[in-house]
Ligand binder design. Structure first.
Ligand code: GTP
Ligand code: MG
Length: 555
């Protein structure tokens, strides 16, 4: 598990990010876009949601005859696209061009009769092929091709990275391997739409939308599916009309606070999903969390889903990250790589705890990119300055305004390579005065932290909150130790003199520093013997020490 270390160690020189950007000229799978066709986040989301409404999920027998299968479905209407994947058996995702086709399919589908159990007749766009003989494959035919829904194992990834030419190529290769595929994204939006069907049985005008890494351009295959129940659409439908003398009595009774209302709604929805949600298993209601949620697994899709309500700020955070992720191809490459490095070193975990979350880590990368000279991405305040009237969003008195049109944001003049950025990232955080300063992507500047949490990352929209409040001193120290561990090889031994100069570095001075975990100074830091910046403790290292691990891993 040393993928990023290898990435650093293999570095052999400068390479052209520009060339790479030209190659990636089509919208990629996550809805992440090239410079030439950068649609707004809202537009991408709406298109995906519409697609999902026309889409069905079909559980298939293992040896399905694709031709016969498509021929039958075509009787119900034109098929826009389809694909197969494996998750507890073979499944097909089929998108029709018209909504009527789904109705037509329903009209010919039967409700299963199970002898001893009683079936709840809840209609869903999740179908099973009853008669396997209708679509049977000839003995000599190849099985249908299934689209991958998970990442390759780490050893295979490392093998791929090892054959890349340079760090740039390695980091982009990592993104290619890890990012959500077009098919996986479609499946995520389909699951969201299926949950929407369950929820709208109770709240017909509400909508369920994906947020978080499914849509923010930083999603990795296998990441959870964060769903947001938007009840505000109910209010929106009344906007612009003159109110009459009646007011609607909602099914929900009046309660003491918004939080209680959210808990009640999620409790009911949790019951619905548990009792009637086809394919939904292991439903847990986690209603006392800071952000109440219903967690479940969507078995046929293979996703863990977290459904929250009244979480509009998180939706804005997703849009903000999407904008940053689409501004410059180096942003996603660096976030993916740092997240991967953190995961293989146990800095992040899928289990909640005192560790740094992926979201916090993303904020740290963004802040680092804002701090480059010239900055690679602008501060949130700058994005706010570029906003026009329709971008104004005030949510619960919090100003969540920023420009939504990426085309209005000037490209950065910074030409640093990913090789430089990766090593500088580790150096930056290996030396960051965490004891004194906080990370703030709104200003793009370090500021004094208002309270002594070990890691303070100001929530970009709720400025009194710390995104990383859960992180304890030990976890922060592990992060810093590992960042410093990578530093000696990454910064000095691997960088060409041109790159070092481009990064504003004094290569000779840097070559003389090493901050390994075994450093006696480091032990003092762990003991809390700190000065203004306890992490800034360079120690002289011999040239051999730096060169040895590099040579051992050099291809
Ligand atoms: P992965 O699921 O790990 O791939 O990343 P993610 O970005 O989806 O993170 P997660 O599922 O933990 O959270 C979903 C979204 O909720 C994030 O993208 C954020 O928008 C938001 N979120 C998560 N944690 C926090 C937090 O501590 N503070 C705030 N303000 N928002 C958070
Ligand atoms: Mg998530």
């Amino acid at each position: 598990p040393q993928s990023v270390r290898i990435a650093c160690l293999k570095f052999r020189g400068l390479s052209a990010i520009v060339a790479r950007e030209e190659q990636v000229s089509k919208p990629d799978e996550t809805g992440s876009e090239s410079c030439s066709s950068r649609r707004t986040f809202i537009k991408v989301q709406e298109e995906r949601q519409q697609q999902a409404k026309h889409t069905v999920l079909i559980s298939c027998p293992p040896k399905i005859n694709e031709k016969k299968f498509l021929k039958y479905l075509s009787q119900h209407g034109t098929i826009n696209t389809h694909f197969f994947y494996e998750s507890f058996g073979t499944h097909a995702v089929v998108e029709f061009s018209k909504l009527d086709s789904v109705e037509s399919l329903f009209s010919r589908a039967s409700i299963p009769v199970i002898k001893e159990d009683c079936v709840v007749p809840f209609k869903s766009r999740l179908f099973t092929i009853k008669s396997t003989t209708s679509f049977e494959q000839a003995a000599n035919q190849k099985p249908v091709g299934c689209q991958k829904q998970s990442t390759i194992p780490i050893n295979e990834l490392i093998a791929k990275l090892s054959s890349a030419e340079n760090i740039e190529e390695q980091l982009f290769c990592l993104v290619d391997e890890y990012q959500l595929t077009e098919e996986n994204t479609r499946l995520r939006f389909l699951v969201s739409s299926l949950i929407n069907d369950v929820v709208s049985a109770y709240f017909p005008e509400s909508t369920v939308k994906p947020f978080g890494s499914t849509v923010n351009s930083f999603g990795k295959l296998g990441c959870d599916l964060d769903l947001f129940l938007d009840l505000d659409d109910i209010r929106k439908s009344a906007i612009g009309k003159l109110p009459g003398p009646f007011s609607v009595e909602f099914q929900m009774k009046r309660v003491s606070s918004g939080r209680v209302a959210t808990q009640n709604i999620l409790s009911v929805i949790g019951e619905c999903i548990d009792n009637f949600g086809p394919g939904c298993v292991g439903v847990q209601k986690i209603l006392n969390a800071r952000c109440p949620l219903v967690r479940f697994s969507h078995q046929p899709a293979g996703f863990q889903c977290d459904l929250t309500a009244n979480n509009r700020i998180a939706m804005r955070s997703s849009e903000l990250l999407y904008i940053y992720g689409n501004l410059d191809s180096r942003v996603r490459a660096l976030v993916f790589s740092v997240r991967c490095w953190a995961r293989v070193h146990g800095i992040t975990s899928s289990i909640p705890g005192a560790w740094i979350s992926n979201f916090s880590l993303t904020m740290m990368v963004l802040f680092f990119l804002q701090k480059r000279t010239p900055p690679i991405i602008p501060s949130l305040n700058h994005l706010k300055d570029l906003a026009d009237a329709e971008d104004v969003h005030i949510i619960d008195d919090n100003d969540c305004t920023f420009v939504s049109d990426i085309n209005k944001i000037k490209a950065s003049k910074n030409t640093e390579t990913l090789g430089v950025l990766l090593s500088e990232f580790f150096e930056f955080y290996g030396n960051f005065a965490f004891n004194k300063n906080m990370i703030n992507i709104r200003t793009g500047k370090e500021q004094n932290k208002p309270e002594p949490s070990p890691l303070y990352i100001q929530n970009p929209f709720e400025s009194i909150l710390n995104v990383s409040k859960n992180v304890n001193q030990t976890q922060l120290e592990r992060f810093v130790a590992l960042a410093r561990d990578i530093f000696p090889t990454s910064t000095s031994a691997l960088r060409s003199p041109q790159e070092a100069a481009a990064a504003g570095a004094a290569p000779d001075a840097r070559e003389g520093s090493e901050r390994g975990v075994s450093d006696p100074c480091w032990a003092q830091v762990l003991d809390g013997d700190s000065e203004a910046s306890p992490y800034l403790r360079p120690r002289a290292a011999t040239a051999e020490k730096i060169a040895k691990p590099f040579d051992a891993l050099r291809p």
